[in-house]
Design a protein around this ligand. Structure first.
Ligand code: PLP
Length: 379
């Protein structure tokens, strides 16, 4: 065994890292092989926005360390989410929020988190990374299994709920989230991951923070704000929880250019652009959902409240590879619990989605295989 492997923690040596969309198909990697082809790739596999967000950068003061929590950024997000600054922690994406919560509340090799798969992969990866256990209570028909959660909740320090959920896309019923908050109110933190909430803002639970001291809400600029490359997210919680997380986070988590771009994006113009982007996404999502529902090869289209659509098809390998060969990258979710044969498409631009439909429609596999199954439309 090499020196590094002998010295490293065993679970890190054994760990399978999160297979992010970028790790699976890195743009740098494709650029090495064929620059032209890489530029033409259509990225519909990471639930990003298709067009760029707003960038304005003076780039001043890069010789200085940034503020621990840049005031302009906290002011802007505070106005946007209607919470006091003391209830907000800016982080390197919502992913850093997930990691901080686990590091703050779970003692390694002793405490557990509870997740409800199919769900976002980083909760389990961050737990594993830290040496926290993972209790799984799978969703039942895309809803929480409250009885299951109740039976395990005293073993968990942190419960992660994702609403709208990734990769399925549906909201969890607010009544159920409330039930979990009640069940855990004396012994666990409940994290509601609202990475996609701008696509259904009326469903946010952020105002419940006043009522439930054990609630934490995660947000990001990576989705509706079209700033995935910026790496900026927010953890919203009681002042006490924010103070604890602030002890664990790195001393300068938000780079000065990140704070500057993010603060600008959260001003009036940026918010208006975000709203337009959301409206376009909802329209394109409805069109894509309708189209998928009409395809004989499509067995199930899941309801989505986010900027992507999950669907099930017995031809998932054929469709995935067909699109990949044409430079259109979508996400295979079929290894997730309950999601056999499922693929996920991020809502890209109108042109990108038209190309996707054309590539699939130009192929004759639906005809040749039409007799393999009877499509059941469940939407
Ligand atoms: C549910 C969910 N939470 C968090 C994240 C991470 O967001 P960020 O880019 O802010 O780290 C993602 C990214 O895909 C996500 O789907």
């Amino acid at each position: 065994m090499t020196l590094a492997k002998r010295l490293a923690r065993q679970e890190v040596v054994d760990m399978v890292p999160y297979q992010s969309a970028r790790r699976l198909f890195s743009s740098a990697e494709s650029q090495n092989t064929n620059n032209q082809q890489a530029k033409q790739k259509i990225w519909l596999n990471a639930n990003e926005a298709s067009g760029p967000g707003i960038y304005q950068l003076s780039g001043e003061c890069l010789n200085r360390y940034p503020d621990f929590q840049p005031t302009s950024l906290l002011n802007a997000y505070s106005q946007y989410c209607h919470l006091d600054k003391e209830n907000i922690l800016a982080t390197r994406g919502a992913d850093e929020g997930i990691e901080l919560i686990i590091r703050t509340f779970c003692t390694a090799y002793k405490d557990n988190i509870l997740i409800c798969p199919p769900t976002y992969g980083m909760y389990a990866i961050s737990a594993e990374n830290h040496g926290a256990g993972v209790i799984e209570i799978p969703l039942i028909a895309n809803k929480l299994d409250i009885t299951g959660i109740k039976s395990q909740v005293d073993k968990a320090k942190v419960v992660f709920l994702c609403s709208p959920g990734n990769p399925v896309g549906n909201l969890l019923p607010q009544e159920q989230i409330k039930q979990v908050l009640e069940l855990t109110k004396d012994n666990a933190i409940v994290v509601v991951d609202e990475a996609y909430i701008e696509f259904c803002p009326q469903q946010s639970v952020v105002l419940w923070l006043a009522q439930y001291p054990n609630l934490v809400v995660l947000r990001t600029l990576s989705k509706a704000f079209a700033l995935a490359g910026l790496r900026c997210g927010f953890t919203l919680a009681s002042k006490e929880i924010i103070t604890l997380l602030s002890k664990v986070i790195a001393p300068y988590p938000i780079a000065a250019p990140v704070a500057e771009i993010a603060s600008n994006t959260l001003q009036k113009d940026g918010l208006a652009q975000m709203s337009i982007r959301v409206q376009e996404t909802l329209m394109l999502r409805a069109e894509l959902s309708q189209w998928l529902n009409q395809q004989p090869w499509c067995e199930q289209v899941f309801t989505s409240d986010a900027n992507f659509i999950l669907f099930r098809t017995p031809f998932k390998n054929e469709i995935f590879n067909l699109l990949k060969a044409q430079g259109i990258l979508i996400r295979d979710q079929s290894k997730q619990q309950q999601l056999g044969d499922c693929l996920r498409i991020s809502i890209g631009s109108k042109r990108e989605l038209e190309l996707l439909k054309q590539v699939i429609s130009a192929n004759d596999f639906p005809k040749t295989s039409a007799n393999k199954f009877t499509p059941t439309k469940r939407r």
